[in-house]
Design a protein around this ligand. Structure first.
Ligand SMILES: Cc1cc2nc3c(=O)[nH]c(=O)nc-3n(C[C@H](O)[C@H](O)[C@H](O)COP(=O)(O)OP(=O)(O)OC[C@H]3O[C@@H](n4cnc5c(N)ncnc54)[C@H](O)[C@@H]3O)c2cc1C
Length: 406
């Protein structure tokens, strides 16, 4: 028996490391998993149970030096580019989906500030971010729902600034972030599109946030916010007065679509890992077989892992191109089409795979715990903007060669 076991071990196929991680990012991925195990996992359960914001986990991520991953090293960031961002997000999500999602939105906000902001604004906000301050994006409005690029709110000029009035339906890190990039419109703008980004401090008068209670991502604090007669000095306008649609397509959407896709892939892998562990250790006394001893279960494991690896391959193919595009000074909007496909695939995949993980786990998977949490957390992907319905429409319109956005 011992010899047989030995032979079996010797014949085990080794999965190549490049299949799970882009070459050159292995140590970053290992460090992220270590942080996930030591800092995120235990707190994830508490955050979910009590629906409380994962402040400690986010602090631990910032303390590890990952508060501003895509920002160049010379400006205080990690300089690990888009691929590093995806490696970290995918790894963190295997332990805590809520803190990962807050961190993804935070990085998208920081990159927006960096790309569209002035040198003075970078100096004012980037050091805080490196010390654990959190940024957030307040875009979606109840009036226009998933069409978050069409805001109805506005901020007319007043004195040396603007008076912001806006209702926002979902803001990840609402009430918890230190600052918000609020997407609004400027009717005073001479630009063709009127979109304007205003940076608002959480302590300003007129800033209100409301509780968030949801099926999953329960630590997110993704609740509604209102901004009532909030005075924003022009030094806190990020970019131009109107004309910011460009940054939606070249910074916010690319980072958001990429970061959330990595998150859904990580959730799926986390769920499958947990299911695999349980299936290996649960042994039926009557048959003497572990759950993994049943061929049908092994096939389910294989089908789920193939789905995850398809999505992960697509993720890192897209990040490779995004990093190349950035290095050559081209525009990230050239990557939008693959990003739409990636996000749709990852968000559909996580629903299927987390359910397979539950099925493999039997009734134990249905009990309150890690696997049912992954099922709930992963369900948000298809609903988050651009929703999968909207993305499939844009993909379909592109395939028939008509403009994707009317
Ligand atoms: C957990 C979570 C966190 C979020 N965090 C943030 C955040 O940090 N910042 C932020 O700005 N927003 C955030 N959002 C909002 C999100 O990005 C979407 O904008 C929002 O969820 C869309 O939901 P809605 O209820 O407004 O949907 P609706 O727009 O009312 O959509 C309802 C249904 O209609 C479909 N639909 C809508 N428009 C079309 C169309 N044109 N064609 C075909 N089908 C369509 C949708 O796909 C959906 O099935 C978050 C949402 C969630 C759930």
């Amino acid at each position: 028996m011992a010899v047989e076991n030995q032979m079996y071990q010797e014949g085990v196929m080794e999965i190549p490391s490049w299949w799970k991680c882009p070459t050159g990012y292995e140590s970053l991925q290992m460090a992220a998993h270590e942080l996930g195990r030591n800092e995120l996992l235990e707190r994830a359960e508490i955050s979910d149970r009590n629906s409380c914001y994962p402040s400690e986990s986010l602090k631990a991520i910032a303390n590890a030096g990952w508060g501003a991953v895509t920002i160049p090293i010379e400006d205080g960031g990690l300089g690990k580019g888009i691929t590093g961002f995806a490696v970290l997000a995918e790894s963190f999500a295997q332990y805590c989906a809520s803190s990962t999602m807050c961190w993804v939105m935070h990085n998208a906000a920081v990159q927006t500030l960096y790309s569209a902001g002035t040198k003075e604004q970078r100096k004012r906000f980037i050091p805080g971010v490196l010390n654990g301050e959190i940024g957030a994006l307040a875009f979606s409005e109840p009036a226009t729902g998933g069409h978050f690029w069409n805001v109805v709110s506005s901020a007319p000029r007043m004195g040396q600034g603007y008076v912001l009035n806006a209702d926002k339906s979902f803001v990840t890190s609402a009430g918890e972030a230190d600052w918000y990039i609020v997407c609004t419109s400027s009717q005073d703008s001479k630009n063709e599109d009127k979109l304007m980004f205003l940076l608002v401090d959480k302590n300003q008068d007129g800033v209100n946030y409301f509780p968030y209670s949801a099926m999953g991502l329960r630590g997110n604090s993704s609740g509604p916010m209102t901004f009532r007669d909030v005075y924003v000095p022009s030094e806190n306008r990020i970019g131009t007065e109107g004309g910011m649609l460009y940054y939606n397509d070249n910074v916010i959407d690319p980072l958001f679509l990429l970061g959330t896709s990595a998150c859904w892939i990580g959730i799926a892998q986390g769920a499958l890992n947990a299911a695999l562990k349980g299936a290996k250790t649960k042994v039926h006394a009557d048959t003497g077989s572990a759950v993994t001893g049943y061929q049908v279960i092994r096939h389910e494991l294989a089908k789920a892992q193939i789905q995850i690896d398809c999505a992960r391959s697509m993720l890192f193919r897209v990040t490779e191109e995004m990093d190349r595009v950035l290095a050559s000074g081209e525009e990230l909007s050239t990557c939008l089409y693959p990003l739409w496909e990636l996000k749709t695939l990852a968000a559909d995949m996580v629903i299927g795979v987390t359910n397979q993980a539950m099925q493999i786990s039997g009734g134990r998977g249905y009990l309150t715990g890690q696997i049912e949490k992954f099922v709930r957390d992963g369900r948000a992907g298809a609903l988050m903007g651009p929703t999968n319905e909207i993305l499939r429409e844009w993909i379909g319109r592109t395939l028939i060669e008509v403009p994707w956005l009317e």
